[in-house]
Design a protein around this ligand. Structure first.
Ligand code: DGL
Length: 264
């Protein structure tokens, strides 16, 4: 495939969580043409089976690659990456950047040796996460908690609504109330929706806890894989969604430089 200056970078998530990655990418590659793709008809991925997530992600990314001819695709979703990254890499012949729970940097940062991990139900049960824990945090304690309500809370916040404070208290209790949870000093936000709620989670967790996510690392990886390539500066970013086009979606995407939203 020939890369032209207008070949886009495709950023894919189930919903608006991938905007936490787009925000970091814009800091490094402000001119890169980006198509933000959200499988809003399939959200939440975290409550689906592995087979359902794999089929949706591989099918949609295949069709989107044919339609948009991206120079690179980023799966800006931990659930989709931990389940389907290998499969997508096997079928698409462009660089694919995945989103990996930031267990390695968290293990390097923790002082108490106890790390919390918040993700979707599907993410926290993946072998992928077991392998990261064994490789990078074998001498630490990793406490995992599925916090699916945070996905909806992030969607509400981005659409200009006010999420219920109880969901933050519940997420924190889910970590703190497990054995050893009082020692957590570092929390991995292993869902791209969750960094969008960092201020709320920080307030609920209390002082002395560091939050870490993969967005900056992903943006750096995309920049390195596209180094030396030309970008035709975009007039406005584009988004495609699989679900309904509601006006609140446009409002949520606008601050990220996306003015055009279409149905895929
Ligand atoms: N943003 C997705 C992630 O990083 C999950 C949201 C969902 O459950 O669809 O895992």
């Amino acid at each position: 495939m020939d890369i032209t200056p207008s070949s886009p970078i495709l950023l894919f998530d189930s919903g608006l969580g991938g905007l936490s990655v787009l925000a970091q990418l814009r800091k490094i590659l402000p001119d890169a043409p980006v198509i933000y793709a959200a499988d809003t008809a399939g959200m939440p991925y975290g409550e689906k089976t592995e087979a359902e997530v794999a089929a949706r992600v591989a099918g949609l990314l295949g069709r989107m690659s044919e339609r948009f001819a991206p120079r690179l695709a980023c799966i800006a979703c931990n659930t989709a990456s931990t389940i389907a990254l290998g499969m997508v890499r096997d079928v698409l012949h462009i660089p694919i950047v995945g989103t990996v729970p930031a267990i390695k940097p968290a293990a390097a940062m923790t002082k108490t040796g106890t790390i919390g991990l918040l993700g979707t139900a599907a993410t926290i049960r993946q072998r992928y996460v077991d392998d990261l824990e064994a490789r990078f945090a074998g001498d630490k304690i990793l406490i995992r908690h599925a916090a699916p309500a945070l996905v909806g809370a992030a969607e509400t916040k981005l659409r200009g609504g006010r999420p219920d404070d109880a969901v933050f208290a519940e997420a924190v209790a889910g970590l703190r109330e497990q054995a050893g949870g009082e020692s957590i000093d570092t929390v991995v936000l292993a869902c791209t929706h969750f960094p969008l709620l960092e201020p709320e989670l920080r307030a609920a967790m209390g002082a002395g806890v560091t939050f870490i996510d993969g967005a900056k690392g992903i943006a750096r990886r995309i920049a390195s894989l596209t180094q030396g390539q030309d970008f035709a500066p975009e007039v406005a970013g584009r988004a495609v969604v699989t679900g309904d086009l509601d006006p609140a979606l446009t409002v949520a995407l606008e601050p990220y430089g996306i003015a055009e939203v279409a149905r895929f």
